[in-house]
Design a protein around this ligand. Structure first.
Ligand SMILES: Cc1cc2nc3c(=O)[nH]c(=O)nc-3n(C[C@H](O)[C@H](O)[C@H](O)COP(=O)(O)OP(=O)(O)OC[C@H]3O[C@@H](n4cnc5c(N)ncnc54)[C@H](O)[C@@H]3O)c2cc1C
Length: 450
């Protein structure tokens, strides 16, 4: 049924609407029309969700559209409800160790606000400069620091959420402890816009760590780099970062500029320690572990500028790989001990399918992002990449891993959810969804296949 009223914050300009139709995945935007609302405040969100429920109109909650899983892509005839207008840090309590912010706050801005008070908000997705805190909550985003600090869920204390129909609910707490009732905050984190629209986030902050010391280990095989990761995981003091780039990714980054990565190697591991008073000893120990695992060289960044350049290089991997054409970005996660096997089997799959692949990712967590390249103008090439994408997801499951480490299920991986969870578990989860969204208007078809 069409919406009878004009919605608050509605935008009709077709050029603007086109820029809100898709995210950073290969999921195609709709062919037909949709309604775009750029909410300015809580009242806008409430009104849109009230109208949508009354008319059975699908809602796509949307943040910064950096998602990789197709969860923020417009649905034909539906409403894209973008909440980037609800931005800013509303409260920062250094005694309680919390910050309260709007969902449209850019993650880097929240980190900077915490740092301004000598505090630390750990989540650090590679998209930190433009993704939103609300999107991070909705996808339970990971990133570069998870090997030591965990994922977004580990840092969210409470939420304000608007449910389908317009009811505003609060979950969780502001206090350091609290065990009253079920953990609905945990349920909403990672629900990818299928349960409600997050309109406020309470995050826990930590004391600021030491300035990180960075080391770059060079390997002549991905195998040896994977052995290095396993050795690091056994260390009693986890690195605050352990990122992998293969030769393809290194060459792509160095083509953009000199970020300090070596040529003529199979892979590098970028490793950091931020443990106050111990960064030098930690990095020295990591260097010994990595050398024993087969690193041909471990170089410690001499100064902040060198470390910054390496970090900047890590953050531009995605942009650098875009220079090689269309690609599908995988996000599987396997037990860390099986990384080598995952890489070898991915390579075999790509060889068989005739697909070029580059490896990078948060190897310290067993979370890899193989990039599968294809020719966007050639349907056969695309089909081959899609087949390899599916094979790799199947591989991860067969190896005791998961179909998505951090990007989410969205629309792209919805067909695989049943293989990870099983049909009865999906039905149970759909019943939970129905408690919050009885009419099924919130991101329909995403996460749970239609
Ligand atoms: C170059 C690049 C690097 C990346 N690196 C990482 C990384 O290291 N780690 C990682 O985890 N991800 C990474 N991502 C993926 C992406 O940045 C994250 O998934 C991020 O959390 C998405 O935030 P967003 O604001 O862009 O959300 P969007 O893309 O707009 O939305 C993502 C999902 O969240 C839902 N959603 C958004 N806002 C809300 C809200 N307020 N309420 C309810 N639901 C909402 C949407 O419906 C959708 O399902 C990367 C992406 C790119 C392009």
């Amino acid at each position: 049924m069409p919406l009878p009223t004009r919605l608050p914050g509605q935008v009709d300009d077709p050029d603007i609407k086109a820029t809100y139709a898709a995210d950073q995945s290969i999921a195609a935007p709709p062919v037909g029309d949709f309604t775009l609302v750029r909410a300015r405040d809580l009242a806008d969100v409430v009104e849109v969700l009230t109208e949508a429920q009354a008319h059975g109109t699908p809602i796509v909650p949307q943040g910064a559209r950096s998602g990789r899983a197709g969860g923020a892509v417009a649905i034909e005839g539906g409403i894209v409800l973008n909440v980037m207008g609800l931005a800013g840090v509303i409260d920062l309590d250094e005694v309680e160790g919390i910050a309260v912010c709007g969902p449209g706050t850019v993650t880097a801005d929240l980190k900077a606000a915490a740092a301004g008070q000598g505090l630390f908000y750990p989540p650090d997705p590679a998209s930190v400069a433009y993704c939103s805190v609300g999107g991070n909550v909705a996808t339970n985003a990971g990133g570069l620091c998870c090997v030591k600090y965990g994922v977004t869920a580990d840092h969210v204390r409470g939420l304000q959420v608007v449910l389908a129909g317009g009811e505003v609910v609060r979950t969780g707490r502001r206090t350091a402890k609290g065990v009253a009732g079920l953990d609905l905050t945990g349920l909403f984190v990672g629900s990818e816009g299928t349960l409600g629209v997050v309109t406020e986030v309470v995050v826990a902050l930590q004391p600021a760590p030491a300035a990180a010391l960075t080391a770059l280990a060079t390997f002549d095989s991905l195998d040896a780099a994977s052995r290095g990761i396993v050795a690091l995981r056994r260390d009693p003091h986890r690195p605050s970062m352990a990122e992998l780039l293969d030769a393809f990714s290194i060459a792509a980054v160095q083509r953009l500029g000199d970020y300090g990565f070596p040529a003529d190697c199979a892979a590098v591991l970028l490793v950091q320690s931020d443990r106050a008073g111990h960064t030098t000893q930690d990095v020295q120990r990591y260097a010994e572990l990595l050398a024993a695992a087969g690193a041909t060289e471990v170089a410690v960044a001499d100064d902040a500028a060198e470390a910054e350049a390496l970090m900047a290089g890590r953050r531009v991997v995605s942009t650098a790989l875009e220079g090689y054409g269309a690609r599908m970005v995988e996000d599987v996660c396997v037990p860390v001990r099986r990384l080598t096997e995952l890489i070898e089997r991915c390579r075999a799959v790509c060889r068989t399918r005739g697909v070029e692949v580059a490896f990078s990712g948060h190897a310290g967590d067993g979370n890899l992002h193989p990039s599968l390249f294809f020719d966007a103008a050639d349907p056969v090439s695309r089909e081959r990449a899609e087949a390899a994408f599916g094979d790799i997801v199947d591989l991860a499951l067969a190896m005791g891993g998961t179909i998505t480490g951090e990007h989410g299920v969205g629309s792209l991986k919805a067909p695989w959810l049943v293989r990870e969870l099983g049909e009865s578990e999906i039905r149970r989860q759909q019943r939970v969804k129905a408690v919050f969204d009885p009419a099924g208007i919130l991101n329909p078809g995403r996460v749970y296949p239609p």
